[in-house]
Ligand binder design. Structure first.
Ligand code: NAP
Length: 321
């Protein structure tokens, strides 16, 4: 008899209410893949982007309709079955990882390549582990080059990656400014930010100068960013509308190069080697995991709506009983 499971699926790009809970066939792992019984999957902005199909890069692989039917990439759970050739895991192992290519975490079972997974540290809960892969990798790579006394600004500092990035920059000795909406200013202070700005009222590109700007939600021109950078400073963005990213890509190196600054896009390297160091910092108590809310599987659309409602502090997690 075919085994079925509950999964949150969508057929068309749109707002959270295009998501529905469906009874679907439990997938089988192929060669080099494992099947995970999902315990928790954290929500990333990339899930909201994949849901809405916006910015345009979120439609890679599926221009008119979504390439994957179930979102959720940062998963944690138990290995259920392994495919041929899998050597690092066996049934029952507790694992977590960033399953960005296949996704499928908003379901009772998900398939992931062995290579994207690692064993979960026993000190972390499944929910905690699920917050780390994407946001932790962005925070670690986005703060490279920070040193004692650097002036670092994190734009979007109250969200998932930003909450890790503020703490990491502080650990490295920086003077940190966090930018986000009014409801997240205290949260950023509690993470260690020395200064905070409300993006609805203040324009960080008219402040500074900063040695490093990590921009999680780019929305300005290259000339604005240049103005906010100190000589020798660096601007890196990871997400934003395609025209803004194209502007950074096309003009950043010229405008930056001519004025002794570096302006560009951070293409985040994925995989355990890039997020495990953040998990180690969390286990050691050097970085704090902040989970704002957890939702159950049937409430994935509410979880995604909540993240888009200007309210989520740090991470939001979907737990699968
Ligand atoms: N480059 C790469 O290789 C790569 C890899 C993976 C992910 N990404 C991207 O990384 C980005 C970061 O994701 P995340 O999960 O950290 O996002 P997140 O949790 O949604 O955090 C973003 C934060 O920025 C705030 N914000 C929104 N508009 C803002 C503005 N104009 N100025 C300042 N802050 C603003 C949001 O607050 P509100 O609640 O007000 O919206 C939220 O607190 C995503 O765009 C994702 O696609 C890039």
């Amino acid at each position: 008899m075919t085994k079925t499971m509950r999964a949150v699926v969508y057929e068309n790009y749109g707002p959270p209410d295009v998501l529905r809970v469906a009874e679907v066939t439990v997938p089988s792992p192929g060669a080099g893949q494992v099947r995970i019984r999902v315990a928790a999957t954290s929500v990333n902005r990339s899930d909201s982007e994949g849901l809405r199909g916006s910015p345009l890069y979120a439609r890679l692989g599926g221009l008119r309709t979504p390439a994957v039917r179930t979102l959720g990439s940062d998963i944690a759970g138990w290995v259920d079955t392994i495919g041929t050739g899998v050597t690092r895991f066996r049934a029952g192992d507790e694992v977590y990882g960033d399953n960005l290519a296949l996704r499928g975490g908003f379901a009772e079972y998900a398939i992931a390549p062995e290579s994207v997974l690692v064993h979960k540290p026993p000190e972390l809960t499944f929910a905690e582990a699920s917050t780390i892969p994407q946001a932790g990798a962005i925070a670690l790579q986005g703060t490279v080059g920070t040193s004692e006394g650097s002036r670092v600004l994190v734009n979007g500092g109250g969200g998932g990656s930003g909450s890790f990035a503020i703490q990491q920059a502080k650990r490295l000795g920086a003077h940190v400014t966090g930018v986000d909406n009014a409801g997240k200013l205290d949260h950023m202070r509690s993470l260690g930010a020395d200064e905070v700005m409300n993006y609805h009222r203040e324009d960080f590109t008219r402040e500074g100068p900063y040695d490093l700007i990590l921009d999680l939600v780019a929305g300005r021109s290259v000339f604005d960013y240049r103005r906010a950078l100190a000589r020798g400073g660096r601007y890196r963005c990871v997400g934003g509308p395609v025209p803004v990213l194209l502007g950074v890509l096309a003009l950043g190196w010229i405008v930056g190069g001519l004025t002794h600054r570096r302006i560009g896009i951070l293409v985040v390297r994925e995989g355990p080697a890039h997020f495990q160091p953040m998990a180690e910092l969390c286990v050691a108590g050097d970085v704090r995991i902040h989970i704002d809310r957890t939702f159950e599987l049937a409430a994935v659309s509410e979880a995604l709506a909540y993240v888009g409602e200007d309210r989520a502090l740090g991470k939001v997690v979907v737990e699968v009983p």
